[in-house]
Design a protein around this ligand. Structure first.
Ligand SMILES: Nc1ncnc2c1ncn2[C@@H]1O[C@H](COP(=O)(O)OP(=O)(O)OP(=O)(O)O)[C@@H](O)[C@H]1O
Ligand SMILES: [Mg+2]
Length: 243
């Protein structure tokens, strides 16, 4: 019993036999995986292999067709909609592949939205720090339509980090960024794991981005087909080629 408790606390997010089907499409085909607390995991796989679906189910944004998802030991399938939303708001940060910024709000309002939804005042020092780290200090009054794709992506990253969530899921957060800004965002995620013990799950197509993680999961046709620990960009690229 002691080991079960230790396991539950060491695990930030756990999936057990998770399946997600859309009609005849099996987007996830029996995924069992446990993300360790404070770990930084990259998820790679061909387009359509189920990476976004995996993140949506693991974060409680979407309900699996079958299987169990636990966040911080709580089986979220057993929670009602209101409690699930609250747990997600308090413990999860999400960077969407399509950013999902609110067009009518400026950058600062977008970044602080998760706090306002939870009735929490933004800590000005923390807000200044993440805004500086994503390089948007001079864009706070701009609307998303007035930003470049990379700037929108960085605003989405800041929004995911502003609540200091236990787990940050990021779906290709560096896809639209130049190499230098991409490095800044990856460093931000790496520090979130190393300095504040946050759990990071990053979807990427870029072996160099995956190399920032502690381990890389490879998805194919809705299944985890491989894992690579302590990845180097070269090792990730080689493993990718052999998939
Ligand atoms: N809402 C949906 N309705 C129907 N099918 C869907 C839906 N969402 C995803 N799918 C299907 O599920 C499979 C996995 O999609 P998913 O978006 O998870 O892939 P992905 O690995 O994130 O791809 P990409 O790298 O292109 O973002 C695909 O075949 C996709 O067409
Ligand atoms: Mg995707």
């Amino acid at each position: 019993m002691t080991t079960m408790t230790a396991e539950a606390t060491a695990q930030a997010v756990g999936l057990e036999s998770v399946t997600k089907t859309y009609g005849a499409v099996r987007a996830l085909d029996g995924i069992t995986w446990s993300f360790p607390r404070g770990g930084f995991t990259a998820v790679m796989g061909p387009s359509g292999s189920g990476k976004s679906t995996f993140l949506h189910c693991a974060s409680g944004l979407d309900r699996p067709t079958a299987g169990t998802v636990r966040i911080g030991g709580t089986d979220i399938g057993r929670l009602g909609e209101a409690r699930r939303t609250r747990l997600r708001r308090e413990r999860i940060g999400f960077v969407f592949q399509a950013f999902n910024l609110i067009p009518s709000m400026d950058v600062e309002q977008n970044i602080t939205l998760p706090l306002r939804l939870g009735g929490i005042e933004a800590d000005p020092a923390w807000l200044r720090e993440i805004v500086a780290r994503v390089g948007l200090a001079d864009r706070l009054r701009h609307r998303p339509s007035e930003l470049s794709g990379g700037q929108q992506q960085r605003a989405a990253v800041a929004r995911a980090l502003v609540t200091r969530p236990d787990v940050v899921f990021a779906d290709e957060p560096t896809g639209a960024l130049d190499p230098r800004t991409a490095r800044d965002v990856l460093r931000l995620l790496r520090e979130a794991a190393d300095l504040t013990g946050q759990t990071i799950v990053l979807v990427t197509h870029d072996p160099a981005a995956a190399a920032w993680a502690d381990s890389v999961l490879f998805l194919r046709a809705g299944r985890i087909v491989d894992e690579l620990a302590a990845p180097s960009a070269a090792a990730v690229a080689a493993r990718w080629d052999s998939l």
